[in-house]
Design a protein around this ligand. Sequence first.
Ligand code: MN
Length: 295
Amino acid sequence: MTNTKTIRQILPSIRATEGDGMVIHRAFPGSSVSEIDPFLLLDEMGPLEIQPGERKGFPDHPHRGFETVTYLLEGEMEHRDSSGNHGVLRPGDVQWMTAGSGLVHSEMPGSNMIRDGGRLHGFQLWINLPRSQKMIPPHYQELASSRIPVARNAAGDVEVKVISGEALGVRGPIQSENPIVYMHFTIQPGGEHVQPIPAGYTAIAYLIGGEGIFDAKTGTAKARKVIVFANGGDSVLLSNPAGSGETLNLLLLAGKPLEEPVARYGPFVMNTREELQQAFEDYRSGRMGTISPGD
Ligand code: MN
């Protein structure tokens, strides 16, 4: 018998433009919520139509003190960093970047998309690192779509891509010091899943499409909403009402709160103002590196 978490808050995601003309829907931070410990930011990128020749994206910028997770649903994203790393994300791929002590990178539509145009849709999540890991060397976990396991329930109406954590007996491949749950669920009308999440963990669901019921008391919530669960309880309910007529499509994210002071400004997230100033100095003086053309 599990005790499902209740809903603490439902936030809308807000349309905005970031970087170089990239349309996003930002779940948080916003006017009422700065972070949902250990999560710092959640953006739905697009969906947007890129015209041939357009270069909408995130040109060279630094990060220090946290992790960025990019999950692409449609289109192509190309990234380069100051250590010469270079890669292309295609639909279903995940890039889990531990920025640690810092780097400079760019995230732009891939060369095929810039040439031909097309639809871009994906997510970027920022996960805070504890004080003890903020200055570790940067590293990546790159997951091609084919390496992300998919689990299905016995009834066949719940399917989940398990990027990190464990669902329906299937474990995701991401290794992280601080256990994080990152799962993409698709649930058919009438389908229901109870996902174990340890008590005390933060859990949020981002509704990509459809509508769902997430606790016994609250009515349905619809797409582009973030369900923030209360920390008590040891599981979350994900349910698509039988009469909804559409697939419920959502990300489920969870993690243990760090409960440390957060000093953040733009692309740097540290524990103190002094560490933030140091991050700016290190960036300005080139100690986080630069991207040389042709890398
Ligand atoms: Mn970035």
